[in-house]
Design a protein around this ligand. Structure first.
Ligand SMILES: O=C(O)CCC(=O)C(=O)O
Ligand SMILES: [Fe+2]
Length: 202
């Protein structure tokens, strides 16, 4: 194997039971900052609602949900309806599809205003999602830690998600691993994350 092949090899972040590829930054700092500003202003950000232990809870984190059609999608016990792609989301989807070699029909966006906001341990294996389908995650803004924990063995692995970076979770990752975005006292600026997904069972 030549050095070129070696540099081109995709390294799995997970030791077993799934595949997570971290591509690092796929945009220049200038491009990434342009997208961050566009997403902050052009996306219809909403407070996220969830039903937890039977109670309706509103999170500080903001969310938005876009797709090919006005899909309905259920997570945290609430059914949401997708908005149709904006031009910049469609462009980002195409770039991510080319990089990851997969196709996506929807995107969940999260806006974390600062390090006080995060996302608790979960896996993205809702019944509407294609089984073992790839989930591609684009990050803009503050660098944040992203962690995986094996559901049985409790092994944990973390990656720092940089401004303008791409990560993909595929194979059996959602079956065997949880992931989270831990809150941190050290981050004072905003981060926007986009997870491109494939919704089935319409
Ligand atoms: O913000 C992130 O990097 C993760 C978001 C996430 O796990 C999700 O939207 O399901
Ligand atoms: Fe997730």
């Amino acid at each position: 194997m030549s050095l070129f092949d070696l540099l081109d090899t995709e390294v799995n972040v997970l030791p077993y039971d799934g595949v997570v590829i971290y591509y690092g930054t796929i945009f220049s700092k200038e491009q990434a900052s342009y997208y961050l500003e566009r997403l902050l202003s052009a996306i219809e950000w909403r407070n996220d609602e969830a039903i937890i232990f039977g109670k309706l809870v509103t999170t500080k984190r903001k969310v938005a949900w876009y797709g090919d059609t006005s899909f309905s999608y259920t997570y945290s016990n609430i059914t949401k309806t997708a908005l149709l792609w904006t031009p910049e989301l469609l462009l980002l989807k195409k770039i991510v599809e080319e990089k990851t070699g997969e196709v996506y029909n929807s995107c969940l966006l999260n806006l974390y205003h600062d390090g006080n906001e995060g996302m608790a341990w979960h896996s993205d294996a809702e019944k509407d999602l294609k089984k073992n389908g790839a989930i591609a995650s684009l990050s803009f803004g503050a660098v944040r830690k992203f962690s995986f924990k094996h559901k049985v063995n409790k092994d944990t692995v973390s990656v720092m998600l940089e401004h303008g970076s791409l990560l993909v979770m595929k194979g059996t990752t959602q079956t065997h691993w949880l992931h989270r975005l831990p809150p941190t006292k050290r981050v004072y600026t905003a981060r926007v994350n986009l997870t491109f997904r494939f919704i089935d069972h319409q």
